[in-house]
Structure formats: C-alpha cells, structure tokens
Design a protein around this ligand. Structure first.
Ligand SMILES: [Zn+2]
Length: 151
C-alpha cells in the first residue's frame, strides 16, 4: 500500500529487526542543533517554528495531560506544569534532551523546536491560537528548561 502522506501513527510502524526502534540522543541533537539551528539561515528560526508547529499538530493528543504524557514518552523531556491561570501556563521540563550540553557563547537557548511542538499541539487541543516561548534552558545555566504559554 502506498500513502500520499505520513501521519504520526505511521511513524509508529516499525519493522527493524536488528537495530530496533531507538536512535541515540546524539543523533537527535545533531539533527536539531547542527542540522537545523546551525545549518539553516538565521539559525533556522522561522523554519524551526514551522516544523515544530506541524509536528505538534500531528500528535494524537486531545488534552494537555495527554500532550505532557507523549512529550515524556518521546523522551524529549519530563514536563510538569509549574504555573497555570487563565492567561498563561508555565511548563518546566526536567531531563530535557539538551541536558549536559555545553553553553554557547551567545547564551542562546536551544529548545525552540520543542516549544513550537507544544504550541502546535495546544492550538489544536484548545482550538485557538496560543504562543509558546522558551524562557529557561539548561544550556543557559537554568535548573531546567521552561516554556511560557500565553493563552
Ligand atoms: Zn533547553
């Protein structure tokens, strides 16, 4: 059977007998930070957001709880809500994929794609526009990565 396009469910179909369903974290990091952030013009800024939103929209989640669950299942990090009111939600992420990376000279935070994934998923779940910004990052010396969701 041939598909016109892939869905997230298709991504879960695997038949790799020797190497299994995992790739090492350094490959994910390399795609993210060397390929996307350093390989695309302007640090991949707009492109990363576009890619992240698209990924977020494609996730089979219907609530914030399910989103946080899949975020951990995919081993991006372990998210928890640290603040929530009618205007904003703050999501801290422990054990983020960036943990242990050296800092950058320009003190840039690096988890922009992951924030855009949250944004895309939340837009779909809530049925309206939200904006997500990374406000803390392990790489810039914070105790965890954190996203601020403006509702
Ligand atoms: Zn980070």
């Amino acid at each position: 059977m041939c598909l016109q396009q892939y869905t997230f469910e298709d991504m879960r179909q695997m038949n790799r007998t020797t190497l299994g369903n995992m790739v090492p974290l350094e490959l994910f990091r390399t795609i993210r930070l060397i390929g996307m952030n350093q390989g695309l013009p302007l640090g991949g800024k707009g492109t990363t957001v576009t890619i992240g939103r698209k990924i977020g929209e494609s996730l089979p989640v219907h609530s914030v709880e399910e989103l946080l669950q899949i975020f951990e299942e995919l081993k991006i990090g372990i998210p928890r809500i640290v603040h929530s009111d009618e205007r904003r939600i703050n999501i801290a992420v422990d054990d983020c994929f960036c943990k242990g990376l050296p800092s950058l000279e320009d003190e840039r935070m690096v988890c922009d794609l992951e924030g855009a994934i949250i944004e895309g998923a939340l837009c779909r779940i809530l049925g309206r526009k939200v904006s997500v910004k990374e406000i803390k990052c392990n790489v810039t010396g914070h105790e965890h990565c954190e996203y601020e969701v403006k509702l």
